[in-house]
Design a protein around this ligand. Structure first.
Ligand code: GLU
Length: 480
């Protein structure tokens, strides 16, 4: 590659579902690499697998990259000099290139039926051999092929794989990777419906779109030798390739899975993680700056990003660390911005309540979706069991006494002033020889219906005296 060539990276999601958090990380690194080198970041939709298409997911993919600020320079909705950027809109292009491979005898028609292929695979399995196409159709004469085509016998087009050859490529992260072609199947390039497979389309498109660096997930390593052969057949330069490591979940062995929490980028936004916090977390999940620095804006990341600092070992998706980052970023929000998120995640909250609660919650919450649960008591009388009031530590009489004292106090209260209430309650506690923790636990459960809540007195201005008294009455009724 010449020194002056523009760096062009791409993200190439298949619209078969929502964007996985690992794909967002891939996009972040590909984006950063392009931007760091004054290059371009391209978004291409790889929708050749029509059977697995999930309606709406292509549009959602485009949106999610924008939501995270990974603004692509070229893509389906923004256009660009190498479009179209949706593979099913490029079918005529693939036709031209497959013809070239057929003409050069690097690809061949295969008319085998599904049943025959299955039979071959089963025989191979029984003989403990690697299941591969047995190349039966490579033996067809030009006349056979012509006849079959004229008779409209369904076919696929396969690539020819040389025998017993070592394919080597230099992965930017992992170093030299070698494959023996004997382990590679004669990959289908064009399916019977005329649509290319991923393997064919990706090579043609990466070449035509002048992609200089392919940064993608580890799962594509075993596909790479096929791609390299295709580049060779066409006489094209192979882009630089980097395969990122997988993301592991610390809570269970193996890759992150849906059963153990959110895995899609959109889910994390819906959970109330801030895009900036999630991006910062992802930056360090497979890359390190070589210093202790942990907090990076996207532009700081771009200026510090470098491929040699990408990790070779799988990254552990530590959700606690993500929570920590999110908390840090939440505390950095302006009150106005915090209020906007507050409203988004709890639409029933009033502007006045937001004003009251912002200073209380901004310092405490981990993610915005927690608000719904934590502030449920503002909008309903939360159901809870008597056992929260009467515990090993607090007996029935003490619980009743605390509720009585609280009721008497709030009945007389004219104005809700948090500091005054705190002072008054402390006096009541002292006068009655009650433990501070016990008193506030009973008040907390009575008002919020839970033992882990935001600081209860601080929330009272948002609840009002009438509601406070009603909740105390409900608690007293539970104990009567
Ligand atoms: N379409 C592939 C995917 O969904 C892209 C693989 C690649 O980057 O080459 O992951």
């Amino acid at each position: 590659m010449s020194e002056t060539k523009t760096i062009r990276t791409r993200m190439a999601p298949s619209p078969t579902g929502d964007i996985h958090i690992g794909s967002l990380r891939t996009a972040l690194y590909a984006y950063a690499f392009a931007k760091k080198n004054n290059g371009k970041f391209i978004l291409r939709i790889e929708d050749t697998d029509q059977k697995r298409l999930v309606p709406g997911s292509a549009a959602r993919a485009l949106q999610i990259f924008k939501d995270f600020g990974l603004i692509y320079d070229e893509g389906p909705d923004v256009g660009g000099p190498y479009g179209p950027y949706i593979q099913t809109q490029r079918l005529d292009i693939y036709q031209k290139y497959i013809k070239e491979l057929l003409d050069k005898n690097f690809a061949y028609y295969c008319f085998c039926t599904e049943d025959r292929l299955k039979e071959v695979r089963e025989l191979q399995k029984a003989a403990k051999k690697l299941p591969k196409y047995d190349r039966c159709c490579q033996k067809l004469s030009p006349e056979d092929i012509k006849n079959n085509l004229e008779n409209k016998i369904p076919y696929v087009i396969r690539m020819k794989i040389p025998e017993n050859e070592t394919i080597v490529f230099n992965d930017l992260i992992r170093g030299q990777i070698k494959f023996n072609t004997n382990d590679i199947d004669d990959q289908v390039l064009i399916k019977s419906n005329g649509i290319p497979t991923y393997h064919f389309a990706v090579v043609v498109d990466d070449h035509l779109m002048q992609i200089s660096h392919i940064i993608r997930a580890e799962e594509w390593i075993s596909s790479t030798p096929k791609h390299i052969l295709l580049y060779r057949y066409f006489g094209w330069e192979v882009p630089q390739i980097a395969h990122l490591t997988v993301l592991l979940d610390p809570s269970h062995p193996g890759k992150m899975s849906k059963r153990h929490g959110s895995v899609f980028a959109q889910q994390f936004l819906d959970d109330g993680y801030l895009p900036e916090a999630l991006l910062n977390f992802l930056m360090l999940l497979g890359w390190n700056p070589g210093t202790e620095k942990e907090l990076f804006t996207l532009s700081e990341f771009i200026s510090e990003f470098s491929v040699p600092h990408l990790h070779k070992k799988a990254a552990i998706f530590d959700r606690k660390k993500l929570d920590y980052f999110n908390g840090l970023y939440i505390r950095q929000l302006s009150d106005e911005k915090f209020g906007q998120y507050f409203k988004k995640f709890l639409p029933e909250i009033s502007d006045n309540q937001i004003k009251i609660l912002t200073p209380v919650l901004k310092e405490r919450i981990v993610k915005f979706s927690d608000l719904k649960d934590q502030l449920k008591f503002l909008f309903e009388d939360v159901e809870y069991s008597k056992e929260l009031l009467v515990t090993d530590k607090i007996n029935l009489d003490l619980a009743k006494n605390i509720l009585n004292l609280s009721k008497k106090y709030f009945e007389k209260l004219k104005e809700i002033n948090v500091e005054q209430i705190k002072t008054d309650l402390m006096k009541i506690i002292l006068d009655n020889n009650i433990k501070v923790g016990d008193f506030f636990m009973i008040l907390r459960v009575a008002i919020c219906g839970a033992t882990h809540t935001p600081p209860v007195v601080e929330c009272l201005p948002a609840l009002g005296t009438d509601n406070t008294l009603r909740k105390i009455d409900i608690a007293m009724l539970k104990l009567s």
